[in-house]
Design a protein around this ligand. Structure first.
Ligand SMILES: [Fe+2]
Length: 454
């Protein structure tokens, strides 16, 4: 009798367990279907530019129907005689042009063999200058820009007003457009990218190569991975990372490193850190700028001192990646995530809690900006860290991190000009005003100081 009861209980226990497993599998499959569906958009999408180099660029667009995509291009808008064509019909088009001339304006039209979807004299791009050349470079960096509203519109217009008042002869108003992550709130859905980026910024996207950093809100759906092209194979210089989440490239004499502080392992033996060491060891450019989402120093809407804030990613980036970036001579590090603007002094060797900041970690000698550095890449020669997270959001926080010289609760974005031995970074607010301006000047007459961070 007892054995019969035990068998009965066992049988029903197993049925219950199987039922629970089946339910979990159904819920999981349903969730995957939902994520996939919300990451998908088949409607029209204006052309946008990716992965610019001195001899190539990638064009992407959607006309709203399945067809073989065609790009016609040339240096004369009236004669687009060069043609690049896909080999099969699709809805989302992606065509890489190669064999282009450096630092040259090209005009283009996208569409199919039978129709032009978009084209005309307003559709153009500039290829990058030859790698290593001291041509001027102008970068616009939005921070957490994933909402489109009056405020973010004013930030864009403020930047356009400033560059309109400070034009560069024969050049595009901007060379590169980057972000510090969280590009489409609230969950990186396809329709959120449409409403926060592709539709409101269409007139800028058609001319300026765009490169977003991966933020925690982008990670909630798969849209980010589907709609952007990243130079994982060193298409524009740097060492191939093999990852679309982290990579590097060169623009003129600026080396840009993009890291993934959201989804990649951040340990001392992580793949990303090993790649970063190789990349910086191979870098020959005099200027290096690094970007990732989670800020190493922030007392804004996130607190970089708190281990539990953002799963410790701010602490890990500071402890494991900053020593390698600084040893590689990085000049500027840009992050977002905290929805305000914070900007440090010229700093090195500060890898702990904010209370561990020591006077000898501050390298500006109390002079402030312009910060002076030796020419070229100098290990631990000093880095300026900026939290650029208020292009579309303003949150509250104490804004009292001792590493920061400037902390602002103000909508805006950062504009960086690099030319020769000088870098100028301006935080331009929603009124088109420069709320912060720092400079780094490199000179052979500035003595290099050998420094270790023991
Ligand atoms: Fe974030």
């Amino acid at each position: 009798m007892p054995s019969t009861a035990a068998a009965f209980l066992f049988r029903w226990g197993m049925r219950l367990l199987l039922g629970l497993l089946l339910l979990l599998a159904l819920v999981g499959a349903g969730r995957l279907l939902q994520v996939s569906w919300q990451s998908h958009y088949d409607g029209p999408r204006e052309p946008y530019l990716q992965m610019v180099s001195s001899e190539g660029i990638t064009l992407r667009w959607q006309s709203g129907q399945r067809e073989i995509g065609v790009v016609r291009y040339g240096t004369d808008p009236a004669r687009l005689e060069q043609v690049a064509r896909e080999d099969s019909a699709r809805i989302g088009h992606e065509i890489r042009l190669s064999g282009l001339l450096p630092a040259t304006r090209y005009y283009y039209a996208v569409g199919s063999d039978t129709a032009v979807y978009r084209g005309g004299s307003d559709y153009w791009f500039h290829t990058a200058p030859a790698p290593g050349s001291a041509a001027a470079a102008r970068l616009w960096i939005q921070g957490d820009p994933g909402w489109w509203h009056e405020g973010s519109r004013a930030v864009r217009d403020g930047m356009l007003q400033w560059v309109g008042n400070n034009p560069r002869s024969g050049r595009a108003p901007l060379d590169l457009w980057l972000t510090t992550g969280d590009n489409a709130y609230n969950s990186g859905k396809a329709h959120e990218f449409q409403s926060a980026l592709f539709e409101p910024y269409a007139d800028l996207l058609r001319n300026i190569p765009y490169l977003p950093v991966y933020g925690n809100h982008d990670a909630r759906r798969w849209t980010f991975s589907r709609v952007f092209s990243f130079p994982a194979a060193a298409e524009a210089g740097g060492v191939a990372s093999g990852s679309p989440r982290y990579f590097s490239f060169d623009y003129a004499d600026v080396h840009v490193v993009v890291l993934d502080s959201e989804s990649s392992a951040l340990g001392e033996r992580s793949m990303m850190l090993r790649w970063l060491r190789r990349d910086l060891a191979a870098n020959r450019q005099p200027w290096t700028i690094a970007l990732f989402h989670h800020p190493p120093y922030s007392r804004g809407s996130h607190d970089s001192d708190r281990w539990r804030d953002s799963w410790g990613r701010m602490v890990d980036m500071r402890a494991h990646f900053l020593p390698v970036l600084e040893a590689g001579g990085v000049d500027v590090v840009l992050s977002g995530h905290s929805h305000m603007y914070e900007r440090s002094v010229l700093l090195t060797c500060h890898y702990g809690h904010s209370t561990t900041l020591q006077p000898d970690m501050v390298l500006d000698g109390g002079r402030g900006t312009p910060y002076r550095k030796p020419a070229g890449r100098v290990s631990h020669g000093g880095t300026v860290y900026a939290v650029v997270g208020s292009t579309a959001n303003l949150d509250h926080g104490p804004l009292d991190h001792p590493a920061h010289a400037v902390s602002l609760r103000e909508l805006g974005a950062l504009l960086i000009d690099v030319e020769g031995e000088r870098l100028d970074a301006r935080f331009i607010n929603a009124h088109g005003e420069v709320s912060d301006h720092f400079s780094i000047v490199k000179s052979a007459t500035t003595a290099a100081v050998e420094r270790r961070c023991d």
